[in-house]
Design a protein around this ligand. Structure first.
Ligand SMILES: [Zn+2]
Length: 261
């Protein structure tokens, strides 16, 4: 695992000079309420966890990859009624992503990918807008395996597919795997299931978790979460990223079984 923020500039020069170059992954999360049991930085923890594991997998395949410092602010209108949630305007979020992605490409990283763990549709739209703007400016496609797309969601378990995918079993398991100390486990184990699809609630025009029936800012089954399930889910998330990076034009040499020259 190589976090860009922990490198010196000669370290980065050396990585970029390698045959095959160096890929980069931008973890993207949010700062928002995740029930009474999970920390506000849940999405950042998940995005970092998938990015670091993907970078490790690429390193094993002979391909250099750095993990960029995570983006921790975006549009979080659904969690806005809950204390500690910090939402920024969509145009701010899109502009920040656009500039960071463009800077990574200008530095010479190829391919560049987004590892996103914040699932609010207005936020995902900011990622799409940023990627479009970067493509218009540079002609380069940023890699973005969107977990909310059906083909990807099908690999992420029943609760995720049901749309009850906020601070429940899925996200709780991932945080337990990578940041167990920040989980209030006694609270988590006592939480009853909230069997409501956020996907359906959003389609019905509901604007925040309370309107959708999540009065404590969680959905699904937090009590069923486990670190073991989280580690297995991280494997799937990291594999989605590696597959997408390997399929990118500049990522051909990262394909499994084809070591860098
Ligand atoms: Zn989340």
């Amino acid at each position: 695992m190589t976090d860009l923020a922990k490198l010196s500039f000669p370290d980065v020069q050396a990585l970029l000079a390698r045959a095959g170059g160096c890929a980069a992954i931008l973890p993207v999360g949010s700062t928002e309420a995740h029930g009474p049991h999970l920390p506000l930085d849940t999405d950042v923890t998940i995005a970092l966890g998938m990015a670091r594991r993907a970078a490790e997998k690429l390193a094993i395949a002979g391909r250099a990859c750095v993990v960029l410092p995570a983006v921790a602010y975006s549009v979080t209108d659904f969690a806005a009624p809950f204390a500690g949630t910090l939402s920024v305007r969509a145009e701010t979020a899109a502009a920040c992503l656009r500039d960071v992605l463009a800077a990574a490409l200008a530095t010479g990283f190829r391919p560049v990918a987004v590892a996103n763990a914040h699932l609010e549709p207005a936020h995902i739209e900011t990622i799409r807008k940023a990627i479009e703007a970067v493509r218009a400016q540079s002609g380069v496609d940023v890699v973005f395996p969107d977990v909310t797309r059906r083909a990807n969601a099908q690999r992420l378990g029943a609760e995720f597919q049901s749309g009850a995918c906020h601070a429940g079993r899925y996200e709780g398991s991932l945080v337990m795997a990578d940041d167990a100390a920040s989980v209030k486990d006694g609270v988590r184990r006592a939480l009853p299931e909230v069997k409501i699809s956020l996907v359906d609630a959003i389609r019905a025009g509901q604007r925040n978790f309370q309107e959708a029936g999540g009065t404590q800012a969680y959905f699904g089954q937090p009590a069923q979460a486990s670190a073991e399930e989280g580690r297995a889910t991280f494997e799937v998330l990291a594999t989605l990223l590696v597959e997408a990076l390997s399929a990118a034009p500049d990522g051909a040499r990262a394909a499994p079984g084809r070591p860098a020259p």
